[in-house]
Design a binder for this molecule. Structure first.
Ligand code: UD1
Ligand code: MG
Length: 464
């Protein structure tokens, strides 16, 4: 059999259908699985298969699908009106110049590459290849009809099937591959004389058999690979399957998950050795965890990288940040875009850090806002320190030198520089640069009024 690599593969993704049962204004294929539109998962699969070009057939919901996914390198083919799966593939074929066409569905997001490769290989060898499955409950699917000798003869749709045909449990998953030229020929002969007055892609199987072509059937290893999304319930079921698959892969790679059912990866998670992740963690975008990183419960990590031996305590939200090694973050810390945190840094509870750079060994352990700030090495930022970076119109920068000590409850009014080794007295409002190595205090002097007496309450019943 010819290897698929010697022939140019093109993938046609059907995504024009309505998705009535989603009960949503959003086209079905834009609903998200693991944070990504359903059809994007399928496009990614096609890319990984090495498709030379990818054609997405869209229609229902107008331009919403291409408008949302304009950044992806695919060809868009509009199908209007939607006259069936065969008609949908016809809309893409004029732009297909490759040797093999693989048809995928935009609402079937979890098909494995190992399941699709044999179909592509069979099509490369000249066959029509169809992915089929044996289902306990085949209701709704097209059935694979065989002759008495067991030879495949055609596919019959549920709505056109006789009672005997409805009893067949071998179904068409809808995924098929064929040599492009043959596909073109079969599509040209489709007719819509059936229960739904649609041009059925499935009719090409009967045509291939009648022409004496070889038909190859392949099956997926898992049933979830062929499941489509038609309702919110099915979407949630596929989400769980996908999350379980990702959790299993992480555990196979050596990651400790305290409960694989309570991790959600909506993006890419890359882990070093001996990483531990507690429950209710949500990963979004690209997240990289170094060796021996510990992620406590209830953390949201979005596009960040965390260095070796760093611990993220419970209930933090960390976004677009690079955190070094041997740091401690949280509990209840918030890191907004974009921070660069060096090694041995402590960021404690109720500390918000935004667009800041924090150098080695610095600590801000309690109740602070640090925004648009460069924090030097070994700085201690006391509880309640607020950097006043915003004057109502512009954001300003704050520079805190190495070994500075900021007393609790200080306000640093930017733009401002706190020199190396400077000490700021607690409760100061600092609006001018503080020189290095000195104590700067900016608060009203403490006074004692001697002999002052506190007002007394009058005893009850006394007349005013
Ligand atoms: C189709 C198959 C059926 C198979 C089932 C698997 C046909 C005729 N039938 O049935 O054998 O068992 O899938 O789920 O192919 N679409 C378009 N344009 C259209 C119609 C559909 O792009 O005009 C897209 C849909 O968005 C969807 C896919 O094609 O992604 C399948 O459409 P759907 O209506 O779900 O197919 P079925 O009729 O259920
Ligand atoms: Mg249909």
């Amino acid at each position: 059999m010819t290897t698929p690599t010697s022939q140019r593969l093109e993938v046609v993704i059907l995504a024009a259908g309505k998705g009535t049962r989603m009960r949503s204004a959003l086209p079905k294929v834009l609903h998200r699985l693991a944070g990504q539109p359903l059809v994007e998962h399928v496009i990614h699969t096609a890319q990984q298969l090495g498709a030379e070009s990818i054609h997405v057939v869209y229609g229902h919901g107008g331009e919403q699908v291409p408008d949302t996914l304009r950044h992806l390198p695919v060809h868009w083919a509009r199908q209007e009106p939607q006259l069936g799966t065969g008609h949908a593939v016809q809309q893409a074929m004029p732009a297909v110049t490759g040797d093999i066409v693989l048809v995928l569905y935009g609402d079937v997001p979890l098909t494995r590459l190992d399941t699709l490769r044999p179909l592509v290989a069979a099509a490369a060898g000249g066959s029509l290849a169809v992915l089929t499955a044996m289902l306990k409950d085949p209701t709704g699917y097209g059935r694979i009809v065989r002759d008495p000798s067991g030879r495949v003869v055609r596919i019959v749709e549920q709505k056109d099937a006789s009672a005997a045909e409805k009893a067949i449990c071998e179904v068409n998953t809808g995924i098929m591959a064929a040599p492009a030229e043959k596909m073109r020929g079969w599509l040209a002969h489709l007719r819509n004389e059936n229960a739904q007055s649609e041009y059925y892609l499935t009719d090409i199987l009967g045509m291939a058999v009648n022409e004496g072509e070889t038909v190859a059937l392949a099956q997926p290893m898992h049933e979830w690979e062929i499941l489509g999304v038609n309702s919110k319930k099915q979407l949630s079921e596929l989400e769980r399957i996908h999350q379980r698959n990702q959790a299993e892969r992480l555990m196979e790679e050596g990651v400790t998950l305290l409960d694989p059912a309570r991790l959600d990866v909506r993006g890419t998670l890359t882990c070093g050795a001996d990483v531990t992740i507690d429950v209710n963690v949500v990963i979004e975008g690209n997240v990289t965890l170094g060796h021996r990183v510990k992620i406590g419960p209830n953390n949201v990590l979005r596009n960040c990288s965390i260095g070796d031996d760093t611990e993220i305590h419970p209930n933090c939200v960390i976004e677009d940040s690079v955190i070094g090694s041997q740091c401690r973050v949280g509990p209840f810390a918030r890191m907004r875009p974009t921070n660069r945190i060096a090694d041995h840094v402590h960021i404690g509870n109720f500390v918000e850090v935004k667009n800041s750079e924090v150098h080695d060994g610095s600590k801000m352990n309690h109740l602070s806002y640090i925004g648009d700030t460069t924090v030097g090495r070994k700085v201690n930022i006391g509880a309640g320190t607020i950097v006043c970076n915003y004057d109502g119109a512009n954001k300003h920068h704050t520079n805190i030198g190495d070994n500075a000590f900021i007393g609790s409850n200080s306000a640093l009014v930017a733009p401002i520089t706190i020199g190396d080794g400077a000490t700021i007295g607690a409760g100061s409002v600092i609006s001018k640069d503080a020189p290095p190595g000195e104590l700067t205090v900016a608060r009203t002097k403490q006074v004692t009024i001697s002999g002052w007496t506190r007002p007394q309450k009058k005893p009850k019943g006394e007349v005013k």
